[in-house]
Design a protein around this ligand. Sequence first.
Ligand SMILES: [Zn+2]
Length: 302
Amino acid sequence: MDDTDRDDGRGRHGSRRHGSRRHGPATVDGTGLGTGTGLGTGREMTWLGRAARWHPDRVNGPEIHISFAPELDLFVPAPRRAGRTALVTDGASTLGHVVESLGVPLTEVGALLVSGEPVPTAHVPTAGEEVEVRGVRRPQEVPGAPLRFLLDVHLGTLARRLRLLGVDAAYESEDIGDAALAAQSARERRVMLSRDRGLLRRRELWAGAYVYSHQPDEQLRDVLERFAPRLAPWTRCTACNGVLTEADKDEVRERLEHGTRRTYDVFARCTACDRVYWRGAHHSRLDDIVRTALREFGGATA
Ligand SMILES: [Zn+2]
C-alpha cells in the first residue's frame, strides 16, 4: 500500500502534466501548487522541476493509517474501502488536503477523528496517527444563514421540485461556470448542490453537498433527508424561485383560459416574474410529489 501511494504520487504528476481533466486530484506533496499551474504550457518544465525538488519529502514523510465511513466508498479508491490502510503523507499537508487528495470532497465529511478525538481539517498528521473519516450527520445543520440552496446547471428538475415544496432553490439553466457559481454561493450564503466534485472543492463555497443520484426522485429524497428544510408547498414560483402571493380571480381573469376561469379557484401570482398559478386536475403529478414529500419529510410542518 505504501509503495502504491508513492507511485501514485508520481503517476499523478505524470498524468496531470498531459492531462486535460477539468479537476485533477490535488497532490499530497505539500507544495501548495494545487491544480492548473500552467499545465500543458511552456511552464511545464518549471512545474516538473518543483515537483522533483519536493519529491524526497513525500518519500520520507510520516506514515499514518486512515479509514473511511462506508458511505464515502463512492469517492474513495477501491483499495481504501473496507477498513484502515496505510498512507505516507508529506508531513506538511493538512488532513483536509490529504482527504481531498484521496478523492473525498470535504462537503461530504462530517468529522475527522485522530485516535477517536475530533480534529479540524487544518490538522497536520504526524507519524503513527490513526485517522477516521466520517460521513456527514443527517440531518445536517448549516449554521450562519437561513437554509437555502444553489443548484448546479445539471440539476434543473431538482431545482423545480424543491421550489414546488417551497424550498429556496436558486438555479440558472445557463452554465455560468464553476467560479461564478462558487462566488454566488458565498455571496448569497447558499448551499451549493452539485454532482461535480471539482466544484465542491472550491474554497469560496459557503457550503456544499454532493448529490448522489442521477434520478430526480432520489435526488429530492436525498436533499430533503440530508438538510430537512422546512416544507411549504405551493408558495414559490417553480420557474424563477420567486415567492408567490395570493391572487383573486378578478385580478388574473383576463390572463386565464375560459375553462380555467370556470373550474379553478385557487390562484397565485409570482411576485418576481408575475406568472399566474392555479390549482387543478392537471397538477396531479405535482400533487403526488408534494404528497410524498410531506409524508416522508413534512414532520410537524406538514
Ligand atoms: Zn416567478
